[in-house]
Design a protein around this ligand. Structure first.
Ligand SMILES: [Zn+2]
Length: 568
């Protein structure tokens, strides 16, 4: 591709609203442009990188024995109502209506649709197991789209679904799919780690996420020396209890004007944050519950859901909080709280003389004692586990790192097939629900993850497997006949040999062109200039190492192909 004719709108300056390296560089190098919040255009360089990643994903899926299909983006509400997800999915499910007022979903994932195909077409155990996959645009109406294509509302995903007679067969495919993911991420030169994950809105019994290590990643991964690794949502561990041995003091009412946060109240009272116990009001499948947690900890909503036996747990809105507690947000407390279940974290049980909200505007209560001053319905482990807590497996202190979740695998079991009545006839002549697995991989997000791990101060440093082009030819001065001629010959020869070439033939200053070359970051840059041509050479430079080599002008195309091969 000739740069002079290409749509590669590079920017010298960092965009103001980009928080992460990948978001910044994808905008600056002209890979993407925002259309509206969480929705992006992929320009030529970005789209070529996406297609390179897709090709690797496709090769590895096919190698693992999966079959590619394409399902529609639009699916009727009735299918989602069969599984109950029309309600459970909440606002993230993007709903549209047709001209007759019928409701449809823009697919965030395709369990319902693929299960519908299989229940209509597959009858016998003899046809099992098999795995279907697609690479497609997905929609999730994210509350807070951010980090460019990492958390977008429209994105490209590979999703695969496997169908089995029994759990053993599912286990085997699950392992094979995790192996395929490992090969994909290795081929893309990513440093990653599979970790145990929560099952969330997809459901099922077991799940793993593949995390690409990145300081700006949205996910917190909890790890232990013993080999345990899990997302913070999923991680099991023990929070060290705090026991002071104090005697209970008489309850006191204190004025805390406009003090709503843990920091404000604990600073005002001169107490450690743990002594201030938070009361958080949640809606859990339509029930209203109050969760109590130490002020220095956060509630793990997945664990809370499990403790309550609820599928969907969301913090209650201001209106519900006022109705339940009689006070504005920030002053909820368990004392005198009527008509709601109170679930407390285990670590609240041994506390003495705590501070809680007074269920009254600008009031807190001091020297509150669980058992004496309020009753909890139950104590549960509902705390988010973090660095410094104890490992549930070996008891050692847990550590953590940040990551970008690039893929997730689930053992769904019969969650979808049971409620959608998708059955096959087994060997014994009995109809049984299909046992299922599902396996997602964020393609557009993976491109961002590659850039997070492969860049320097000057720009992107593409691994060859994902690079939009293999080589950039940079003609230093296109007004020179000799330079232009040498560059054109090399461009033709490399293209004829099947090398993907970006040829910077722009009539621009060398400074601009060299800066853009580093920003766009192709694996190999070949500079054609008057000075080197006088010596009978062109200059090849490896982007990753900065290593520069003189390549004789005659036979340069062969030598450059050899250098490229050495880079992969
Ligand atoms: Zn451990």
């Amino acid at each position: 591709m000739r740069w002079s004719k290409a749509l590669i709108p590079t920017h010298k300056e960092d965009p103001a609203d980009a928080e992460t390296v990948s978001h910044r560089l994808m905008l600056r190098a002209g890979l993407i442009r925002k259309l509206t919040s969480g929705v992006y255009n992929y320009l030529p360089l970005g789209w070529r990188a996406i297609r390179k990643v897709e090709e690797i994903v496709r090769e590895e899926m096919d190698r693992a024995g999966c079959q590619e299909i394409l399902m529609p983006v639009v699916s009727p509400a009735e299918l989602w109502q069969e599984t109950g997800r029309w309600g459970i999915y909440g606002k993230e499910l993007w709903r549209v209506q047709d001209r007759n007022g019928r409701f449809f979903a823009l697919g965030p994932t395709h369990e319902e649709i693929v299960t519908d195909i299989v229940r209509n077409e597959v009858r016998s155990y003899r046809e099992l197991p098999f795995t279907l996959y697609q690479i497609q645009t997905k929609f999730r109406d994210e509350l807070r789209p951010r980090f460019g294509v990492v958390r977008a509302r429209e994105f490209i995903m590979k999703d695969a679904y496997s169908f089995h007679r029994d759990d053993d067969s599912l286990d085997e495919t699950y392992r094979r799919m995790c192996d395929a993911y490992t090969r994909i991420f290795e081929r893309l030169d990513l440093t990653f780690r599979p970790v145990e994950a929560a099952t969330g809105a997809i459901g099922g019994s077991t799940s793993h996420e593949f995390m690409v290590l990145s300081d700006t990643g949205e996910s917190e991964v909890i790890v232990c020396e013993c080999g345990y690794a899990a997302t913070d949502e999923r991680a099991e561990g023990t929070v060290r209890p705090i026991e002071t041995g104090e005697s209970p003091l008489p309850l006191e009412r204190i004025d805390t004007p406009d003090m709503k946060t843990i920091e404000e109240v604990s600073e005002f009272l001169g107490i450690e944050p743990w002594r201030l116990v938070k009361t958080i009001i949640y809606e859990a499948d339509g029930r209203t519950v109050a969760a109590l947690i130490r002020g220095d900890r956060e509630v793990n909503e997945a664990k809370l859901g499990m403790a309550l036996g609820a599928d969907l747990v969301v913090p209650a809105g201001a209106e519900t909080i006022e109705k339940v507690t009689g006070a504005p947000v920030g002053f909820s407390g368990p004392v005198g709280l009527e008509g709601v279940e109170i679930i407390a974290d285990h670590t609240v049980e041994p506390l003495v003389n705590i501070v809680v909200g007074g269920n009254e505007s600008d009031v807190h209560l001091k020297n509150v004692n669980p058992g004496r001053d309020f009753r909890t319905t139950e104590f549960h482990d509902i705390a988010l586990i973090g660095r410094g807590d104890s490992c549930a497996r070996c008891g050692k202190e847990l550590d953590s790192f940040r990551g970008i979740e690039v893929s997730q695998a689930f053992k769904l079991g019969t969650k979808y097939s049971s409620c959608m009545k998708a059955t096959f006839l087994d060997e014994d002549g009995v109809g049984k629900p299909f046992v299922m697995g599902c396996y997602g991989l964020g393609v557009s997000r993976t491109v961002a993850a590659i850039i997070e791990q492969h860049h320097d101060d000057d720009g992107i440093v593409w691994p060859t497997s994902a690079a939009p082009f293999d080589v950039e030819i940079l003609a230093v001065n296109v007004k020179s006949d000799d330079v232009r001629q040498a560059a054109e010959v090399l461009y033709d020869e490399l293209q004829a040999a099947g090398v993907a070439v970006l040829y910077d033939d722009r009539d621009d200053s060398p400074g601009t062109k060299f800066k853009d070359a580093d920003l766009v970051g192709l694996p190999l840059r070949v500079t054609v200039g008057d000075r080197s041509l006088k010596r009978g050479v062109v200059e090849a430079r490896v982007r990753r190492t900065g290593e520069q080599t003189d390549v004789p002008r005659d036979g340069a195309a062969q030598e450059i192909q050899r250098m490229l091969a050495a880079l992969t």
